[in-house]
Design a protein around this ligand. Structure first.
Ligand SMILES: Nc1nc2c(ncn2[C@@H]2O[C@H](COP(=O)(O)OP(=O)(O)OP(=O)(O)O)[C@@H](O)[C@H]2O)c(=O)[nH]1
Ligand SMILES: [Zn+2]
Length: 205
C-alpha cells in the first residue's frame, strides 16, 4: 500500500447536464478516508492538447448557499461558463472544505472573524495551519481524463506549483477574479497579503 496510486480510486462516470451545457461527471475516492471527489469534463481533446482546467476547493456556503462572504460561488459559475465558451475543459471539484479544516471548523473560524480576526489568524487560533489542502488526487483525475497540459484558472500560485510537482505541464494561468463584493474584499485582501494569491490591486480598492 505504499504506492501513492493505491491511495485513490476512480469509481464511475455519467452525463451531467448543467445550466451552461452538457458535462460529464467522474467520481473518485480516497481509499483510506473514504473522502469522495468529482471531476466535471466538457468537450473533447487529444492527449497533447492544452486543456483549460479549474481546481475548485469545496465551499458549501459559497458554492451551494449563495454566500457572498467569499468569492467561491462566483468563481465556480465563471469557471463552468469559461469551459463551455472555450469548447472544452475540466473542473476538479475537491472536497477540501474550509481549506481542509472542514465545514464546522470553518463556521468556528467565521465566528472568530465576526469578532475581528482575519482568515489566517482564525485558523491559527483554532490550532490549524492557514491552508491544509492536498492536491495529490489531481494526478489520477487528470490521467483518467487524458489531460497532460493545462491552462489553469486560479489566483493561487500554490495550485500551479502543486500541479507541476505532480508532473502536469501548466502552460498558462488565467486569473479568475469574479465575485469581489463589499462582503469579501477584506477576506480577499488577506488572501493576497498572507496567502500569496495574485489579484489586480485595483480590484481591491
Ligand atoms: N478556513 C477557512 N476556509 C475558508 C474561509 N473562507 C473560504 N474558505 C475556504 O477556502 C477554500 C477556497 O480557497 P480560496 O483561498 O478562496 O481560493 P483558492 O482555492 O486558494 O484560490 P483560487 O483558485 O484563486 O480560487 C474553500 O475550501 C473555502 O471553503 C475562511 O475564512 N476560513
Ligand atoms: Zn468560499
Amino acid at each position: 500500500m505504499n504506492n501513492p496510486k493505491d491511495k485513490y480510486e476512480y469509481v464511475s462516470s455519467a452525463t451531467l447536464p448543467t445550466r451552461w451545457g452538457q458535462f460529464r461527471i467522474h467520481g473518485f475516492v480516497e481509499t483510506d478516508s473514504g473522502q469522495e471527489h468529482v471531476a466535471l469534463s466538457y468537450g473533447e481533446w487529444q492527449p497533447d492538447d492544452i486543456v483549460p482546467i479549474r481546481i475548485h476547493s469545496e465551499c458549501l456556503t459559497g458554492d451551494a448557499l449563495f454566500s457572498t462572504r467569499c468569492d467561491c460561488g462566483f468563481q465556480l459559475e465563471k469557471a463552468l461558463q469559461n469551459i463551455v465558451a472555450e469548447g472544452k475543459g475540466v473542473l476538479l471539484y475537491l472536497r477540501q472544505e474550509g481549506r481542509g479544516i472542514g465545514l464546522l471548523n470553518k463556521i468556528r473560524a467565521y465566528h472568530l472573524q465576526d469578532n475581528g480576526m482575519d482568515t489566517v489568524e482564525a485558523n491559527e487560533h483554532l490550532g490549524f495551519d492557514a491552508d491544509l489542502r492536498d492536491y495529490a488526487i489531481c494526478k489520477l483525475m487528470l490521467e483518467k481524463l487524458n489531460v497532460k497540459r493545462v491552462s489553469l484558472m486560479t489566483n493561487n500560485p500554490k495550485k500551479r506549483a502543486a500541479l507541476e510537482s505532480l508532473g502536469i505541464e501548466v502552460v498558462s494561468r488565467t486569473p479568475i477574479d469574479h465575485g469581489i463584493t463589499k462582503d469579501n474584499k477584506g477576506y480577499i485582501r488577506t488572501k493576497t497579503e498572507k496567502l500569496g494569491h495574485e489579484f489586480d490591486p485595483h480590484l481591491l480598492k
